[in-house]
Design a protein. Structure first.
Length: 248
């Protein structure tokens, strides 16, 4: 069983935009002990840390952008204040991933940023969508990233919904690259053809089978996510309850 369930706060972004402290209180009340940020909604790292402490929450990770460079440096500085051990890049713009060389350049950029992160005492990671699994000149972008990044510097946050939508098997990647996946996004899917997102446990993804390989993968943090829940609070509660019951 999972001892701690986390939430990617993008799931409750509309509530966060109105009331950060109140939303974090609701997240804690729903049963979560960890959160992953995607922006601080105008609050300072110090303010965010005070709110987390007030609600008994830990924020091991935050999503950031490498550009502009000033924003990246600020993220590195703020990480320790908030308590982030990981900073995660979650996107590569379409114009920067057209060719195999583009993907190799992305890997170089990640290695460079990850070295800066390591020097600041933070682990760099990359979060996938499904575009990484579209073939480019006979290879998958995700495979290029894994092969061309330094495993000591760059780790991966696997989004289980997107990799499934991309037609790939998470377990195959865990076996090929053991220990490189310290975090996962736990997001469910209603399956083809529409692949609608679902509350965790209400869809078709076999989380039990995936979580059984947590040691091989290196997974330490499990972040629930749903991009468009009909009712965000009901969704995060249902997902958390399901994961707390799940035996694997």
């Amino acid at each position: 069983k999972l001892d701690r369930v986390g939430l990617q706060l993008y799931t409750v972004r509309d509530r966060m935009a109105k009331d950060v402290d109140g939303t974090l209180a609701e997240v804690a009340a729903a049963g979560y002990r960890e959160v992953e940020f995607a922006g601080y909604f105008g609050k300072s790292p110090q303010e965010i840390r005070a709110m987390l402490d007030r609600h008994g929450l830990d924020a091991p990770s935050g999503h950031i952008s490498l550009t502009p460079a000033e924003q990246w440096r600020r993220a590195l500085d703020g990480a320790h204040v908030v308590g982030h051990r990981y900073l995660v890049v979650a996107y590569i713009p379409a114009e920067a991933r057209k060719t195999l060389d583009d993907w190799k350049r992305a890997a170089e950029n990640f290695n460079r940023a990850a070295a800066e992160a390591k020097a600041a005492g933070v682990q760099f990671a990359y979060h996938n969508h499904d575009f990484e699994f579209a073939p480019v000149q006979g290879r998958l972008g995700y495979d290029v990233l894994l092969a061309e990044t330094d495993p000591k510097l760059v780790q991966l946050e696997m989004d289980l919904y997107w990799i499934t939508k991309g037609g790939q098997d998470p377990l195959a990647y865990f076996a090929r690259y053991p220990g490189r996946f310290p975090m996962v996004h736990v997001k469910d899917s209603m399956g083809p053809p529409e692949n609608k997102m679902a509350d965790v446990g209400a869809g078709t993804i076999d989380f039990k089978k995936i979580f059984a390989q947590r040691d091989q993968a290196g997974i330490r943090h499990f972040f629930v996510e749903h991009d468009q829940p009909a009712d965000a609070l009901a969704s995060i509660k249902a997902s958390c309850d399901y994961l707390k019951r799940l035996e694997f």
